[in-house]
Write a protein that binds this ligand. Structure first.
Ligand code: NAD
Length: 327
């Protein structure tokens, strides 16, 4: 039986990845600081532990796993990453996790480790034009990420590739672009734009005004989580080390995303743009490299993914807040 270790298995993408690996017949160990809040884990063994502790990481990496997925990171939405208030934690915690996991894998002679970098590592100066951002993989240098979160991702990408070069490992590096879907954080401050928008629309009543950070003309693309998992697994098992974008090329302005969700929720709402942390002006995945190297790319429409996500968040809102209340 093949074995896999998922670091960050209590998180959003990690939870979905465990499910997928179980479907494929793997024996799966997960590790995280916490269980997933929204779904019972399907991992055969789930360790609650802190990957910043070397001794914990060595104990968890106790065998030669066939596949290791390193998704654990100190992260959140724009409200967590772009305010500057959490920079020291973000850099220290995530870098320590990556240093520990990679070294423990190397010492067990594990070859294949997947690392989830982020589109946040792309230079800010290539993302000033909302209609024409440049996120081609080879545009990463000279580096100029707009957040310390992005700088840590860049450092860790290089760390994984250095272990390939110097120690014969076969790590795989992907740059995720805004992953969304059910069973992700949808309230509390660490949620991202798709989930936050679904929550606001689900909780609103006709006639309400929805506050949206920035002028709403900033653009992004969003990838449904099932396709992220598909790309992740394909990359890990391919002969291409990356870094490669895993994202959607369906770019949308944030106000249009909000309008899409309002239509899905069948509500009569208007938008008010307010000052807030927004990040770069434009960002879109560039899928030329993944098409070439993996002969695959995501294909699901944003609307299909948002419909599934809205339905799930509406359920959560009803359960948690008993809302909207019966008239
Ligand atoms: P998430 O926050 O839901 O999952 C990360 C998990 O890591 C959390 O469950 C957290 O508890 C765990 N973790 C943090 N510190 C830990 C520690 N010290 N020890 C053990 N576990 C720890 O995030 P996600 O959306 O599932 O993202 C997974 C990975 O993908 C992250 O590395 C993230 O940076 C990257 N990524 C995600 C997106 C996205 O849109 N979701 C975009 C780009 C990159």
């Amino acid at each position: 039986m093949k074995t896999a270790l998922v670091c960050g298995a209590g998180g959003f993408i990690g939870g979905h990845l465990v499910k997928r690996l179980k479907k494929e017949g793997f024996w799966v160990r997960g590790i995280d600081l916490k269980f997933n809040e929204y779904a019972e884990t399907e991992a055969d063994d789930f360790v609650i532990g802190d990957l910043r502790e070397q001794s914990v990481v060595r104990a968890v990496v106790d065998r030669k796993f066939d596949e290791v997925y390193q998704l654990a990171a100190d992260m959140g939405g724009a409200g967590y990453i772009f305010t500057g208030e959490n920079d020291a934690d973000i850099m220290h915690n995530s870098a320590t996790i990556n240093l520990n996991v990679l070294d423990a894998c190397h010492k067990r002679n594990i070859k294949r480790v997947f690392y989830s970098s982020s589109a946040c590592m792309y230079p800010a100066h290539n993302q000033l034009d909302p209609d024409n951002p440049n996120c081609a993989e080879d545009s990463a240098y000279p580096a100029n990420p707009d957040s310390e979160y992005g700088w840590e991702k860049l450092f860790s990408e290089r760390l994984y590739l250095a272990y390939n070069r110097n120690f014969g490992m076969e790590c795989r590096v992907a740059r995720y672009h805004n992953i969304f879907g059910p069973e992700g954080t949808w309230e509390g401050g660490k949620e991202k734009a798709p989930a936050a928008t679904c929550r606001k629309v689900a909780m609103a009543k006709d006639g309400d005004v929805l506050p949206v950070w920035g002028d709403g003309l900033q653009t992004r693309s969003f990838l449904y989580v099932d396709e992220c998992i598909e790309g992740t697994i394909r990359l890990l098992r391919s002969s291409f080390e990356g870094p490669v974008n895993i994202g959607s090329e369906e770019m949308i302005a944030i106000n249009d995303l909000v309008r899409m969700v309002i239509a899905i929720g069948e509500k009569d709402l208007s938008i008010k743009n307010i000052p807030g942390p927004v990040g770069v002006r434009g960002r879109n995945s560039d899928n030329r490299l993944i098409r070439e190297k993996l002969e695959w790319e995501p294909s699901q429409s944003l609307k299909d993914g948002m419909e599934k996500t809205y339905a799930w968040i509406l359920e959560q809102v009803k359960r948690r807040h008993n809302y909207p209340k019966a008239a």
